[in-house]
Design a protein around this ligand. Sequence first.
Ligand code: B4P
Length: 205
Amino acid sequence: MNLILFGPPAAGKGTQAKRLVTEHGFIQLSTGDMLRAARSAGTELGQRVAAIMDSGQLVSDGIVIELIEDQLDTHKDAPGFIFDGFPRTVPQAEALDKTLAKRDQEIDCVIRLRVDEEALLDRVTKRFEEQGREDDNPETFKKRIDAYNAQTAPLLPIYAERKKLSEVDGMGSIEKVAAEIDAALAKQSGDEKKGFLSKLLGGNK
Ligand code: B4P
């Protein structure tokens, strides 16, 4: 199963992705983590993206698409992927569909974590104090939210139209959010099985 964890910055995508890896054996592909790793390693790519990330903007589609394709090639026999923080734009979503189709795969489920802006700001403020991540300061965070609303949120109706979207309340405790995600995944795979069965039986029953 290929899953997208969707939501605004600091919604808890990374937190939940790590748990799904431990409990369900997915491979987590977090473009944010990959970009931060490139920065820490001081690679040419890391140096190119540092200022963009610190300003709260999205790095170019070409860069993140290449990072994802490299990882899909590296983990050819993986049972499933969690796309965490990717796609974030329409061209990224289109590129993901194409690259998965080449591998006879598709996106099976998109989980949207809903968290209100005040709670998001509280979370990044806490993380800024604890970890000092430059893009977690309140001013930059506002720009990240704007980028999400302008460039990423427009993907939601696309996945809803395809009946892949599940909404999860991301305001609860980490455990409560985890339980809701598991329920949404179980429902999605049940629906897929039902769809498969009705096709097999020759109609939309
Ligand atoms: P990301 O790395 O994706 O952003 P994030 O803030 O880490 O979001 P996430 O939702 O994963 O939050 P987390 O679980 O850590 O992106 C960073 C930057 O990289 C972007 O701004 C952009 O510049 C660049 N980038 C990345 N992908 C890109 C792409 N595809 N295209 C272009 N540019 C891209 O949770 C946040 C905090 O909340 C943590 O401290 C956590 O402990 C806490 N928390 C989590 N769940 C909680 C809960 N239920 N209750 C209370 N606290 C919770």
